[in-house]
Write a protein that binds this ligand. Sequence first.
Ligand code: SF4
Length: 613
Amino acid sequence: MMQFLFRFDRPREHQAQMIEDIYAAMQQGRSILVNAPTGIGKTDAALSAALTYALNNGLDVFFLTPKISQHAIAVEALRGISEKFGGGFSFIDLVGKANLCTNEAANMLPSESFYPTCEKLMSGRKCQFYTKFKETGELPQNLLKSASMGHHRFFGEAFSEGLCGYYSAIRAARNSRIIIADYAHMLSPYTRSVFLKSISHSLSNSIVIWDEAHNIVNLASEYLSSSITYSVIERAQKELEEIGSSIDVSYIGFIMKAVSQRKLVNVTEAFVERTDFPKELEDEAESLADSLEKRGLEYLEKSSAKRSSLVHLSRFLRAWSGYDETATRIISRHGPSIRISVKSLFPKKSLEVLREPYANIFMSATMAPINMYSDMFMLDSSVSKNYESPFPKANRIAFIDGSITTKYESRSAEEYAKIAERIGEFRKHIPGNIAVFFPSFNVLKGTARHLSMAKTIVQEENMNSTATGALLEKFARSRDTALLAVMGGSLSEGVDYRDNLIKGIVIVGIPLSVPDLETRARIGVFEKQFGGRGFEYAYTTPAIIRAIQAAGRAVRNETDRAVILFLDKRYIWRGYSSLIEGSVGISKSIDYIGEIDRFWGSAAKSAEKGRQM
Ligand code: SF4
């Protein structure tokens, strides 16, 4: 029996199988897709199998996540392994430059201005942290030791030493066998090559673990997309005038207006081609982007501004003239404002990175249908594995109520009133907080007007992370309260509602993307790429995945109990029901209110009595 580097005494249910499956794939040099529900311990399983194989075979390991907040669990797992097995390997938690920058003059800047500012400080020898780093041969021992304690600790040590946190981390990473980093380090082709070179690692000699792998394609697309409005050009021109530059960008605004007058006749959005713009603009885009970036930096240095529209415009020009062959260009009107967007529809070039490593481990709790992801990752030969939830099935029941729909053409005050009535009825039978997730803010607002519940907490549009955090804290202290939020947002994905905070979830409608030009173009590109499966891969399945993500917020450990209600007749349709069936498990009971009462026993009745008193 193989001795795996595993930090606990024994693996959980299904976890042992997962470790064996991943290790077997590594032995064959094949990538593996792991679709496993919350609670199995995916991070420990993947790290245990990958690390055991890598250390025995002279390979390195990258553990990549879409968000920095997800690094902590990998750090904890690796520290546990290191303590149990007496070390023997080094690892580091690497985050982006802005998060490890120890220079207070730069690290408070928004990202679009931070990077060029850092470059300028470095090249002018004006960053004392970088200068000291360059003069330091060996990094201090206390700093090297902190590399395995998470990036916050590393940042603190680097700051105390007066060294640049980022470049110190990069130097420390050169001798690390395991590197925890962000998707952004690998999915952007330019960033990847600079990053790998700087840490002297190669992907062909590495196993790459992709956490929350269902995000890979979307994030790779986002990194290649950009947009500007007419007012960005106006502000950029003012910035140029303020620094006394002779460059004139106002002609880009005139061109934009002229194109909008031609294209936006009786429509609010239209495709544009590069050929709709003067050839000179196309030819000069790259060099113009370079000089605008320099002027943007000059503007930031001379003014007290934290952002520069010149830098924004320069980024847009790079995306406009970029290499992505699936990019679509759209001009649109939003009230008085005009916007031009470059959207990557399927980032084929960026995804080529998945062919480079010795092997990949893709893991997620919502990578279903798993074949769709193996198609999208475009790997010649990979292994796909689905695992069952380790939590007792009896702790969760789910139903479909097909008496309403949020289909666009059926939306009306009457339909919203019916939805509110169904939510109100459901709420009466749940002994505690509920969460109601809507397909959009429009449906949320339309329904909220008809809800007669006393205690609600409502997600607002464009809430920043501080406001979202405050809302979550308030909800965590609440009793018998309904949280109203949207699917695909920060309250329905990637957030843990601990201690069985939510006892019931209502999924209202199907969160399909707005069928605008971008969505339709993406369906077209996917249609060609995946042999006629464009509608499914680009439109319906991502929507169901968003619904399943939201439905998964209530049961987060083996003792949590909850009821889930899918409220829309389309959930009965085979294409949709088969997807949620596999992830959630649907009761066929017609009397679902009676079933809910039996599920909670006397708890629901006493809670309802309490609410009436
Ligand atoms: S060199 Fe380092 S410390 Fe200086 S501004 Fe750049 S990231 Fe910050």
